[in-house]
Design a protein around this ligand. Sequence first.
Ligand SMILES: [Zn+2]
Length: 272
Amino acid sequence: MKNSLSILTVPAFDDNYLWLIHNGKQAYAVDPGDATPILDALAAHNLSLCGILLTHHHADHIGGVATLLAHAKEKNSGTNLPKNLPVYGPTKDVIPSVTEKLGQSDQIYLEELDLYLDIIDVPGHTLGHIAYYASHQKWLFCGDTLFAGGCGRLFEGTPAQMLASLDKLAALPEDTLIYCAHEYTISNLRFALAVDGGNIALRQRMMDDSEKREQNIPTVPSRISMEKRTNPFMRSRDGAIAKHLLEAGKLGSEHDALQVFTALREWKNNFR
Ligand SMILES: [Zn+2]
């Protein structure tokens, strides 16, 4: 029963979202940077943890793994539930706790949830960063690659890698829901308005998402269609963005999409 699955939003730290994919009984945690909020959510919803999915090696995405594994070991001892939970993660990022290493075009099947996930390599933020895509449900778990209204910083990869990664995600169905790992939306949209202020859809989005944040409602998940219309990093090929960068002196008159993307990313790094 694939449509009986749901996703719990688990806020952590200042602005992280951890995710629990569950069927009302069993759950998989995505990027559990902290164990406590995950354990609290599992208890509150009467869920047992079956495994962990990691997108990349940063501490705010993996910090809770050891505690969750120890907790499951203790809880499941003396039952027929597995004592050692599987930890899925990227082949190319070094994460010692990972038991199932994944890369581009791998597919995994989470039996407890009857859920298939396709793996997409999305280097840029880290070199080994992966995303998980549930093609039936149209859910994307993309860590710190694509954000609502923005994209991750390039800590390890090049602008060309990140642009190619975003292009792969842009090719997913328009109604794909994007479960990214941070609530950065308003600050991203503030930058977006600075480089794409004439974009009516973007202005509307800023109003809608600001209203959500005022009521403490998450702006995540977003949708691919919304990102393609309003996220400047997904719009590097749109003439309006290049024109604005040119006028702001951030871009030469001869430019391609990669130069536009690079200029955007550099400007955003220093944008307040
Ligand atoms: Zn990160």
